[in-house]
Design a protein around this ligand. Structure first.
Ligand code: PLP
Length: 382
């Protein structure tokens, strides 16, 4: 047996100890922790929809109509007309033949990869992919090759010598860096090498592309170029859950084979009703994306002026690299003492030596809140 206490103490010394905050109240752009009011610059609620009253009302109506629990897995009796309608609306919105809902994005990635890939197959993943894609690969028992971040030449070389079924899987917007994957080039390589291309658009869906259709749409790509699209509903859409979009055959195969779809209780129908309402609002209210873009431009101009390192990110994820974990933590604590909440992201979530502040912007931030962030950043001790 390991000495857990010793291990925990070691984490403390390395500034890698993680702890949760108890949020006492959440008011969209601001939250209360330990009685202190903080402006939230680390949520993924990019469009400011998580607390939207119409979405809350849709969920309440859903509870009245369907009760709270779904009572069973989708393949038993948990798949309601609400889930089904959401799948059809997402298919229509994304332009894919079919969509399948999953309880979470983590489970969607596991489900797709384990259903399609197995022993003797080879999976290619960007080195900075989200942990859920990596874990799916490990669980599938296929061979995992991680290529250097966004390096399509290296990927092509690796693909040429691979065996079995081949799949390229990538974040569309990298969750800790905010930059985009070169999807057109990846799609070309996948087509040439007869490999699947799976795109995880957790951070692009709702934010990028026409009416928020996501990163593939931003690049002008569709189901032919990106045959497997995954996106989550818990980020820009402000609700909970995830979906996979693909061909008729792909979705039918997932229903047969994806263990994280089959062996779990369907999410509450009321959550599906909330997501349906949110999808309509996210599409319609393009001012939310315009507001986000305005904030992104203003923040980047400010960081440039301060001489802080800018990442190549056109998205609401705007990291500031500190390097070592202690510095990232000190920055985050300094901001917090000024009423600004920004998470310090440390290894193993990001590579060693690239600990950072990860600022995320939301359409919910008003000018006054945003200016407080800029002023607090001006005072960071470099
Ligand atoms: C958040 C996230 C997921 C997981 O989605 P959940 O619905 O929160 O489980 C998957 N991939 C990426 C890139 C993410 O950022």
């Amino acid at each position: 047996m390991k000495a857990l206490q010793t291990e925990l103490e070691a984490r403390h010394r390395q500034h890698l100890y993680r702890r949760r905050r108890v949020v006492e109240k959440n008011d969209g752009a601001e939250l209360w922790v330990d009685g202190q009011r903080l402006i939230n610059f680390c949520s993924n609620d990019y469009l400011g929809l998580a607390g939207h009253p119409d979405i809350a009302a849709a969920m309440q109506q859903g509870v009245r109509d369907w009760g709270v629990g779904s009572g069973a897995a989708h393949l038993v009796t948990g798949h309601t007309a609400a889930h089904h309608a959401l799948e059809e609306e997402l298919a229509e919105f994304t332009g894919y033949p079919r969509v399948l809902l999953f309880s979470t994005g983590y489970m969607a990635n596991q489900g797709v990869i384990t259903a399609l890939m197995g022993r003797g197959d080879t999976l290619f993943q960007d080195r900075l992919n989200h942990a859920s894609l990596i874990d799916g690969a490990l669980q599938s028992r296929s061979k995992l090759k991680r290529y250097p971040h966004n390096e399509t030449v290296a990927l092509s070389g690796q693909l040429r010598t691979a065996n079995g079924e081949k799949m390229i899987a990538t974040d569309a917007v990298f969750s800790m860096d905010g930059d985009l994957a070169p999807l057109p080039a990846l799609a070309e390589i996948a087509a040439q090498q007869q490999a699947w291309l799976m795109v995880d658009d957790a951070h692009g869906f709702g934010v990028l592309g026409e009416e928020g259709r996501g990163t593939s749409n931003h690049f002008g790509l569709g189901p032919t170029e990106v045959p497997i699209l995954m996106a989550t509903l818990g980020k820009a859409l402000g609700t909970f859950g995830a979906f996979v979009a693909g061909s008729e055959a792909l979705i039918e195969m997932l229903i047969q084979q994806a263990r994280s779809y089959i062996y779990t209780t369907a999410p509450p129908a009321a959550v599906a009703e909330a997501s349906r309402a949110s999808l309509q609002i996210a599409r319609r209210e393009s001012w939310r994306r315009e507001r986000l873009n305005e904030l992104i431009v203003r923040l980047r101009e400010h960081l440039l002026k301060l001489g802080l390192p800018l990442m190549n990110s056109p998205t609401p994820i705007q990291p500031i690299i500190a390097g070592d974990a202690a510095c990232a933590l000190a920055w985050s604590q300094q901001l917090e003492s000024e009423g600004i909440l920004v998470g310090a992201i440390r290894p193993p979530t990001v590579p060693e030596g690239s600990a950072r502040l990860r600022i995320t912007l939301s359409a919910a931030h008003n000018d006054q809140q945003f200016d407080r962030l800029l002023n607090a950043l001006s005072r960071l001790q470099q």
